[in-house]
Design a protein around this ligand. Structure first.
Ligand code: MSP
Length: 510
């Protein structure tokens, strides 16, 4: 296998239906997966659902169904939405699948064989909605420091993972691998947390039964985070590795998560892996949280943004573009309909849409839609063309940093430059004089070639739009990739170009 790239979303709890926050993480990963594929990587892109634990058990009880029935029902909503958002995942893992359970048992077994799992007794404050134990000092007025809801004191026999033993090894790993936790502020947060000292971690529960039982003591179910985190290797086939995916794709290139689940991914998960003697993921990237029209999204506020509805109303590519363009990846952001409509009208309809419709309309009019051959170049052409190769490289760096909004800015600078090039070269004037027909051909060729590169660069963000533009240019989107085709001059003269329908109709503000 050539270059490989493995990236994951968190697995989503099935006690909630998908909203814009879940869609965000998955979309960001999809953009990255598509970008890497276009760059010639063999990509494994994993998503799935987290189906065990007390929360799911309770939600099922409340709905009068079995936890598995609830999971089967909700998982369809996630899968439906991913299809609608054009998510190109390689695999969808459910923690209730046999392949996953087998993997969790093996991880538990390996850590136990190392002497790092022992039976003890646990007593602390438990937040059921967050499935997290807290010490007395961590509570805020007796409530959960994460969600603010009441906690209860629980005492139970429990298996413990000797996490304290791995404190130094983890610190060392974080310090010697500056890119392991991103963005930087998150890394600092975790560094100080680990430096304060790691306690051993309770990794089994006896107070409910919806989970994976501890093999030799089935009165215990394995802690939902031990279970859930293992999905990243169970989906690859750990430990048997029947398809060789574990060998090819582990360690993961990046786990993309929300900032709320950073500690689980950068403290628990790496120490489990260290104990099991497995390599650590290369990077964990925590993005920020979305509020809606300035407020926290919550069922009680009835402001949960339902992505299906957004896609129906504005189109899938507009939503994909907006979520990744509006907010720097890693920071919090606010979702508002006004901001969305503004982006659609200015960036998509005006900048990108107009470039494509003006260019193809002029080509139809002046050259019957056939790509002319460029004849020489003037200063204005060079200062239009040269920045494209720089932009392609800049976008690559920005994508590798998961700086999606910056990559889009870089692309939009090129779109802006192309629109300006039209205004400055004034093809309609060149068309009036037969003496400048060669010059007109050069200008048109440059615009079309710019369109091709722009289509390739926007493709991962807006797959339908990218494909449409390539098809307009007479190219096969299946065979047109950034890899080997990211240089200027790839478009052949003589190609028949179609006249474009408007890509993004303007939206009247409500
Ligand atoms: N099941 C765990 C993850 C286990 S991974 C081994 C979980 N699930 S979740 O469904 O609650 O959340 C999944 C992801 O959605 C998290 O990364 C979380 O940050 C993200 N979001 C949920 N609400 C969000 C916003 N309002 N804004 C942005 N992302 C948010 O945690």
């Amino acid at each position: 296998m050539g270059k490989t790239y493995y990236l994951t979303t968190p697995i989503y709890y099935v006690n909630d239906v998908p909203h814009i926050g879940h869609a965000y993480t998955t979309l960001a990963c999809d953009v990255m997966a598509r970008y890497k594929r276009s760059r010639g990587f063999e990509v494994f892109f994993l998503t799935g659902t987290d189906e065990h634990g007390q929360k799911v058990e309770k939600a099922a009880q409340a709905a009068g169904e079995t936890p598995l029935d609830l999971a089967d029902r909700v998982v369809k909503r996630f899968q439906f939405l991913w299809e609608k958002l054009n998510i190109s995942h390689t695999d969808f893992i459910r923690t209730t699948q046999e392949r996953h359970k087998k993997s969790v048992h093996e991880l538990f077994r390996r850590i136990e064989a190392k002497g790092d799992i022992y039976l003890g007794e646990y007593e602390d404050w438990y937040c059921t909605p967050c499935e997290t134990f807290w010490t007395e000092t961590q509570l805020i007025e007796g409530n959960c420091p994460d969600c603010g809801r009441p906690t209860e004191k629980l005492k139970e026999e429990s298996y413990f993972f000797r996490m304290s033993k791995y404190q130094d090894a983890l610190l060392d790993h974080i310090e010697t691998n500056p890119d392991f936790i991103q963005p930087r502020t998150r890394r600092n947060e975790i560094l100080s947390f680990v430096r304060e000292g790691l306690r051993d971690l309770s990794i089994s529960r006896t107070t409910f039964s919806w989970g994976i039982p501890v093999e030799k003591n089935p009165g215990h179910v394995i802690y939902v985070w031990f279970d859930a985190l293992t999905n990243y290797i169970s989906a690859l086939g750990f430990p048997d590795d029947p398809d060789g995916h574990f060998a090819s794709f582990w360690p993961a290139d990046v786990h993309v998560i929300g900032k709320d689940i950073l500690r689980f991914h950068t403290v628990y998960w790496p120490t489990f892996l260290l104990a099991a003697g497995l390599p650590l993921p290369k990077k964990v990237f925590a993005h920020g949280w979305w509020t809606v029209e300035g407020q926290k999204m919550s069922k009680s506020l009835r402001n949960v943004v339902e992505p299906n509805m957004l896609v129906d109303k504005y189109g899938v590519d507009a939503i994909r573009y907006f979520l990744l363009r509006e907010v720097p990846f890693g920071l919090d952001g606010d979702f508002s309909h006004a901001a969305l409509v503004h982006r659609i009208n200015s960036d998509l309809a005006n900048d990108l849409g107009n470039l494509v419709s003006r260019t193809t309309a002029m080509l139809a009019k002046y050259f019957d839609g056939v790509v002319p051959a460029p004849e020489g170049s003037e200063e204005i052409d060079r200062s239009f063309i040269d920045p494209f190769s720089i932009a392609v490289k800049t976008v690559d760096t920005q994508m590798n940093d998961l700086a999606f909004n910056k990559a889009l800015q870089t692309i939009w600078e090129r779109i802006g430059a192309a629109n300006k090039y039209i205004d400055e070269t004034a093809p309609w004037t060149l068309a009036k004089d037969p003496a400048t027909r060669g010059r007109l051909g050069t200008v048109m060729y440059n615009l079309l070639e710019a369109m091709r590169l722009i289509a390739l660069l926007v493709g991962p963000f807006m797959p339908e739009t990218g494909s449409k533009i390539l098809q307009i240019l007479g190219l096969d989107p299946e065979k047109t990739h950034l890899d080997h085709q990211d240089r200027w001059g790839f478009l052949s003269s003589g190609t028949q170009v179609a006249k474009a329908e408007p890509l993004f109709p303007r939206i009247e503000a409500e």
